[in-house]
Write a protein that binds this ligand. Sequence first.
Ligand code: ATP
Ligand code: MG
Ligand code: MG
Ligand code: MG
Length: 470
Amino acid sequence: KHLNLQDIRSEFLSFFESKNHLVLDSFSLIPKGDKSLLLIGAGMAPMKKYFTKELTPPSSRVTTCQKCIRTGDIENVGKTDRHATFFEMLGNFSFGDYFKKEAISWAWEFLTTRLEIEPEKLWVTVFLDDDEAHDIWRDEIGIAEERIVRLGKDDNFWELEVGPSGPCSEIYVDRGEAYGCGDPDCKPGCDCDRFIEVWNLVFTQFDKDESGVYHPLSHPNIDTGMGLERIATVLQGTDNIFEVDALQNIIQALAKKAGIHYGDDPKFDESIRVITDHIRAMTFMISDSIRPSNEGRGYVLRRLIRRAAKHGKNLGLSGSFLYELTDEVIKSWGAHYQDLTANRDAIVDTIRREEEKFAETIDKGNELLMRKIEELKAAGKDTLDGADAFKLYDTYGFPVDLTEDILKDAGFKCDIEGFNAHMEAQKNRARAARDTDEMGWNTEESEHVFDGLTNTFVGYDQTEADSRIM
Ligand code: ATP
Ligand code: MG
Ligand code: MG
Ligand code: MG
C-alpha cells in the first residue's frame, strides 16, 4: 500500500489507539531530568522513568511518534540506505500491562493488514534463548522457521547498567537481492541493506541488579520502535529513506539550487542525501530551542550545520543556502509539528547566521594555509607539519584531504602521519573525559555520541575568530 509519511504516522497512532493506547505528542529532543543523555534517540528514552517506576505513566498503554536524533549514526548517513541523524520513531509501550503475545501480534497485524505488506517479505529475529518469542512467531503468527533468525546479545538484548532490561525481536523486510551484498546466505543481521530492519520489539522482562543478576519482573514491559522513514521506504519502494515523499522534495529543491540532477553522479547524490538529512535535523533541533555553541547539544547542532555547509561546497554551492531550504522542512512537517511553523523565523535566522560565521572561519583557514605555503616556500621545505594540518582541521574545520588537495595544487605535501598522531591524542583526551562521565541508560548512544564531534573545534575558544563567532 502506497502511503506517505503523514498517512503512515496517523495510521500507526490510530491503530494503537484502537488497541486502547493513549496517544501522546512527541517529547522534545532535549531530555528532561536525565543528565545521562544529550539528545533523545528513541521513543522510550523520554519515558524511561515510567519503566523504572520513578514516575507513574498517564496510562499503562501509550503510543507516540517521537522525534529522534542519533549522532552515532552520522557517518552512515548518505552511505547506507537506512540511517539518518534525525528520524521519527513510531512506538507502542506497555508499562506493566500487555506483553510479548500482544506486542508481536499487533505488530504483525499492523504491517500485514493496515500497511498490506506481503507476509512472505517479512523476516524476524529473536534473542538466542527466547523460545517464548520464537514460538509465538512460529506457532501463533505462522512465520516459517527459516525466516526466524536467532541473534545474540549484541543485536537482540537491550539493557542498562542496571534496571529494566530484556530480549528484543526485530522485524525485517526483504527488499530483494538487488539490495544485497551477494552472499547467498545473507539474512537479517547482515550489515547490508537487503534486509531492512523496520521495527524493534523490546521485551523488558528483567530488572538487572548491580551485580549483574537478572531478576524477572512480575509485570514486564513492552517498548517498541519503528522507523517512520524506513517503513515509508518499503511502502514507496524507494532505494533509501531520503527518497520518500517529503524528503524527496528537499532533495529536489536542493538539486535545483545546485543545478544538479539527483541520480546522475553518486558522489553528488551522497552529499545531497547528507544535506537533506542535516537540514531536517537542524530545523527540528532549533525549533526545540537548541542553539549553536561549542559544547553539548549546541555543538552537535553546530557540527551538523557546518557539515551540511561543507557538503554544499562539494555540490558547488557557494554562500549560504541552508537557511532557505529549511522552509521545505517546515512546509512538510509543520502540519504535524506545529512548533516548526511558530518558530520559523528563529530557525531561518539561526541557520543563516551560523552559515555566515562558518564561511568566515573557512576564509580564515584558507588565509592561514596560504601563509603556511609561503613559509614553506621561503624555507625551502616541501611538507606541511602535521601540527599545522591538525590546527586547520581542529580550529577551522578543514578536512585533511581538503588541506592535502590545496597543498598538492601548490606543489606541496602534507605530513599525514603527524596529523594522525595529533588526531589520536585528541581522541584519547576526549575518551578520558567521556569515561569519567556517569554512564547513561542508553550505553550505545552515549558512547558514540561524541564520535567525530569532540575531535574537532576543541581549540575554537582560543582563536581570535572566536570573539566574532560566539
Ligand atoms: P540498525 O541496526 O539498522 O542500525 P538499530 O537496531 O540501531 O537499527 P533500534 O535502536 O532498534 O535501531 O531502533 C528502532 C528502530 O528505529 C529501528 O528498527 C529502525 O526502524 C529505526 N532506526 C534506528 N536508527 C535509525 C536511523 N539512524 N535512521 C532511521 N531510522 C532508524
Ligand atoms: Mg543502529
Ligand atoms: Mg539493529
Ligand atoms: Mg534494532
